[in-house]
Design a protein around this ligand. Structure first.
Ligand code: GLA
Length: 718
């Protein structure tokens, strides 16, 4: 519901979980500024927040500008915090004032041209308020778009900037969203590195500006484009918090600024360090979308709202609501050392285990026997695959499995036919040395001819063989971010992402039944932007079961289980050398999109029997693990036992993991949360009520030894 009140000077967006109040305030000199007067739990009387503004009027010196919650703060007018907009004129002046001009209300949610965004299927799902602000001198216009979902605690925000004047402007910052909240908050963010992505860190309030960012051209392993502001004392289960996720896959910035007046400003958008955009008269710039969730039910409440939003209204297409196939990927099983017969041996043992999809990873094209060459040459290697991809795919299909393929579409090896033909197709900075990483350069996706090549090369392969799945990798980050064809080099970083989105849109819509999985050196581009095109992402190159507990736990703060690829791999584990049992490895992987990444033909008969059982279990319960409500119960970051649960109308599932064995240990009792009312059948055939599961709790029966797990499935009786 959106109400416009007080002669269109007060706007109230409200649903059962949250209210947003935007107020137009005269600055005393005839100009109207837009304030975000309130964002929080639903208000009955939105006007109640206005007296608060009046107390601020008494502020002295220049403090008012540091206190007022500007909806779109601009550079050069005495707001000294990080600003939403910084626009420089040709003469070099950087001073912008944006005043309220008009508003409109729309049912549903408009799309964002050229960018991924959350969406509605019916107009009744959401209401949108679009407010136009304008600079009276330069005529720079900002359209701020606020969409409130009716049945979700979700507010989507974005901004479009238009040069309606006669003079060229340069946007040096053009953020997506600005939220100012009274008070002090813990900041929770996800940080990491290759193979140890998305560890949550909770930082107490501090009178500082703290910025999460990427300048890598991908959202990156280091910081994820997600943040939560939690009232001190908020836990997984109770308390208030605001979460924000940016729907963008390139260099981003999210800053949290707390000042001396105990107000906290959250600003999210493209990273100004890698961004500058020339806006000629009549041109506009669309900033990406930021998704905000308000929770009064702790961090789990916030995560659950993100999970259903991302799963149902960011992911799209045929696979959005489908059960995901149990897959086997040959990467850790063979690396580059495979041929047709070796792959078929793995595929046959996969068929015997009940696996549904065989994925051929890196090394099938050009001369690629290692990572030194051939990226860009998407032509099957007939020496390794004498019957070609088509022959291999058909034989795999004949076993009853579908066939999937790895690509790294955005890359080019200097040792490739593509590079020899088009040495100017990579990102590079004029005559400066072109530095490689993993022996490769990055294709200049800001160029339309390069985009067209990638679309036609990948589509050609997809048409040439029965391919039902694609793993879309991206294994290095930007350096020397320039383009041979760009007039405005400073725009290449963002234009690359716009080009990438065009390519992803064209390929995924041309092959609607193919299941696409994103990847970037493991989980280096795990963001809501990618999820708009690909409903799942490889979570990390670290496939060790213990490490994965931490990575999947952290990732779940924002991202749903149905988006996280999780595989059982060989032991000793290839990343850390740890030996865990097949049970633990399977039980951890079922907290994601389940698969295997090992040479099944080399497993012991006992492990193969266990694998057959695991695959059957996953098939029985995946509806619940992939689409049910996921709740974190015990954090591996806080203790030796980690636990989470899944729940839907059919069953609840408790997954518990004990990392190290202890002598004479205290009993572990885990109370399940929000179990739907009713009676449940346990594995031994007895009955237990929802109340008992939640109040008395359950004691997992861990096997002896380190790295022990226990998965308990409680089937609901009619
Ligand atoms: C990246 C991916 C891996 C694998 C290799 C292949 O590291 O994350 O899963 O596909 O590339 O080179």
């Amino acid at each position: 519901m959106i109400q416009s009140m007080d002669s269109n000077r007060l706007f109230h967006l409200r649903n059962p979980w949250l209210s947003l109040v935007l107020a137009v305030r005269g600055d005393g000199e005839g100009c109207d500024e837009l304030l975000m007067a309130y964002l929080g739990p639903p208000l009955d009387e939105p006007g109640a927040v206005l007296p608060l503004m009046q107390t601020w009027e008494g502020a002295s010196f220049d403090s008012l500008r540091q206190i007022l919650p500007y909806a779109c703060p601009t550079e050069g007018r005495g707001d000294y915090r990080p600003c939403m907009v910084s626009a420089r004129s040709l003469s070099g002046l950087n001073c912008t004032e944006l005043f309220f001009e008009s508003f409109r209300i729309e049912a549903g949610k408009p799309g964002l041209t050229g960018l991924p965004a959350s969406y509605t299927e019916q107009a009744e799902e959401a209401d949108t308020l679009i407010i136009t602000l304008k600079d009276p001198l330069t005529n720079l216009t900002a359209e701020l778009c606020y969409t409130l979902y009716r049945e979700r605690p979700v507010l989507a925000m974005s901004a479009r900037y238009l040069n309606a004047g006669t003079e060229e402007l340069t946007l040096e910052a053009a953020h997506s969203a600005c939220v100012t909240l009274p008070g002090r908050y813990d900041m929770i963010h996800l940080h990491g590195a290759w193979a140890r992505e998305r560890a949550p860190e909770r930082v107490p309030p501090a009178v500082l500006t703290r910025t999460l960012s990427s300048a890598r051209g991908a959202s990156g392993h280091e910081h994820n484009p997600f943040v939560a502001l939690a009232a001190p004392g908020t836990t997984e289960f109770q308390g208030s918090c605001l979460g924000l996720a940016l729907v963008y896959s390139g260099s981003f910035s999210i800053s949290v600024d707390e000042n001396a007046y105990e107000t906290t400003r959250l600003l999210a958008g493209l990273n100004p360090r890698c961004f500058s955009w020339r806006l000629l008269p009549g041109e506009s710039f669309q900033a990406p979308e930021a998704l905000c969730v308000w929770s009064e039910e702790g961090l789990n409440g916030m995560s659950q709202a993100f999970h259903s939003l991302l799963r149902e209204r960011v992911c799209r297409g045929h696979w959005r609501d489908q059960e995901r196939p149990v897959l086997i990927n040959n990467w850790e099983g063979t690396y580059f050392d495979f041929d047709h017969d070796k792959l078929m041996a793995i595929a046959r043992s996969a068929r015997d285990a009940g696996i549904e999809l065989f994925v051929l990873d890196d090394g099938w094209f050009g001369q690629r026997d290692n990572d030194l060459c051939s990226l860009g040459d998407w032509v099957e290697n007939r020496r390794k695959l004498p019957r070609g991809l088509k022959g291999l795919g058909e034989e795999i299909n004949a076993l009853g499995l579908s066939f999937g393929l790895w690509f790294e579409p955005e890359m080019i090896s200097p040792d490739s036919d593509l590079y020899r033909a088009h040495p100017d197709w990579c990102l590079h900075a004029g005559e400066r040395r072109r530095s490689t990483a993993r022996h490769q350069l990055i294709l200049d996706m800001s160029r339309t001819d390069v985009q067209d090549y990638v679309i036609s090369a990948i589509s050609g392969v997809l048409r040439s063989a029965p391919i039902g799945y694609v793993k879309w990798d991206m294994n290095r980050n930007f350096k020397e971010t320039g383009s041979a064809s760009a007039v405005r080099q400073e725009e290449v970083s963002h234009r690359y992402i716009l080009g990438l989105y065009r390519v992803m849109e064209e390929i995924t819509s041309a092959f609607p039944e193919v299941l696409f999985e994103g990847c970037s050196g493991g989980g280096g581009r795990f963001d809501a932007g990618i999820l708009y095109y690909m409903p799942q992402i490889w979570t990390s190159d670290d496939s060790d079961a213990v490490e994965r507990l931490f990575i999947q736990y952290g990732t779940s703060l924002c991202y749903p289980v149905s988006t996280m690829g999780a595989h059982v791999s060989a032991v000793p584990n290839h990343q850390v050398g740890r030996v865990t049992g097949i049970g633990m490895r399977g039980d951890v992987a079922l907290g994601g999109n389940f698969g295997y990444e090992l040479d099944l033909s080399a497993q012991s008969p006992e492990d193969l029997a266990a694998i057959r059982e695991q695959v059957q279990l996953v098939k029985n319960i995946r509806r619940t693990t992939q689409r049910g409500v996921f709740t974190r119960l015990l954090s591996p970051f806080e203790g030796n036992v980690a636990a989470w649960q899944f729940a839907d109308e059919d069953r609840v599932i408790l997954c518990a993991y004990r990392i190290l064995a202890k002598p004479n240990p205290a009993p572990v009792r885990i109370r399940m949360q929000n179990v739907p009312q009713g009676l449940y059948r346990t594995a031994d055939g007895s009955e237990i009520s929802a109340g008992s599961l939640m109040n008395a709790g359950v004691c997992p029966d861990f096997p002896r030894g380190d790295y022990a797990s226990c998965v308990m499935v409680f089937e609901r009786k009619n």
